[in-house]
Design a protein around this ligand. Structure first.
Ligand code: IMP
Ligand code: MG
Length: 171
């Protein structure tokens, strides 16, 4: 296996997801949330997060594909839309990682077009040094340097999503 260094263990992840849920509960007290998890990478994170939230939630999914021409001309297309109407709902877009931010920017723009009550972004990992789109995580689990990581839903060519921890590829 070409991945070795454990950045965050399963225990560290579980502890952080719990405190993150408390931050989200504090922000959304007295409301209901629509968790919009971005397939496929955010599935484990969304599943863990929702079980720590006290705020009542609905869960739906959205999927985007990034077509990379050159590194600087990737275009993002939404390939699967949620079933639940977003209108007048508090939408929390749940992402595995904010890298360039292009995916989240496109998804947020679409969410906004659906007239939600509010839209915020919760990313498990944030790689701010790579950001090119004008987007920030309203909530995030961990900030990481410019490393390619796998595990806890994150893949390298569809592999390693099942790892319970976050690991960095050797550079
Ligand atoms: P964006 O550059 O913020 O649009 O990120 C697009 C997608 O790239 C993310 O949702 C991830 O699926 C993937 N990605 C970005 N960085 C990593 C990484 O370090 N490991 C695995 N996937 C990544
Ligand atoms: Mg991926």
């Amino acid at each position: 296996m070409p991945v070795s260094e454990i950045l965050y263990s399963a225990g560290q992840i579980a502890a952080r997801v719990q405190t993150l849920a408390a931050e989200i509960d504090a922000r959304y007290a007295g409301t209901e949330l629509l968790l919009l998890a971005v397939l496929k990478g955010a599935a484990p994170f969304a599943a863990d997060l929702m079980r720590h939230l006290h705020t009542p939630v609905r869960l739906d999914f959205i999927r985007a594909r990034s077509y990379q021409g050159t590194a600087s001309t990737g275009t993002v297309t939404i390939t699967c839309y949620p079933e639940i109407s977003l209108k007048d709902r508090h939408v929390l877009l749940v992402e595995d990682i904010l890298d360039t931010g292009r995916t989240a920017a496109v998804l947020c723009a679409w969410v906004q077009s659906q007239a939600p009550a509010s839209c915020a972004v919760c990313a498990f990992l944030d790689k701010p040094s790579r950001r090119t789109a004008p987007i920030h995580a309203d909530f995030h689990g961990f900030t990481i340097p410019d490393l390619f990581v796998v595990g806890y839903g994150l893949d390298l060519d569809e592999r390693y999503r099942e790892l319970p921890d976050i690991r960095a590829l050797p550079s």
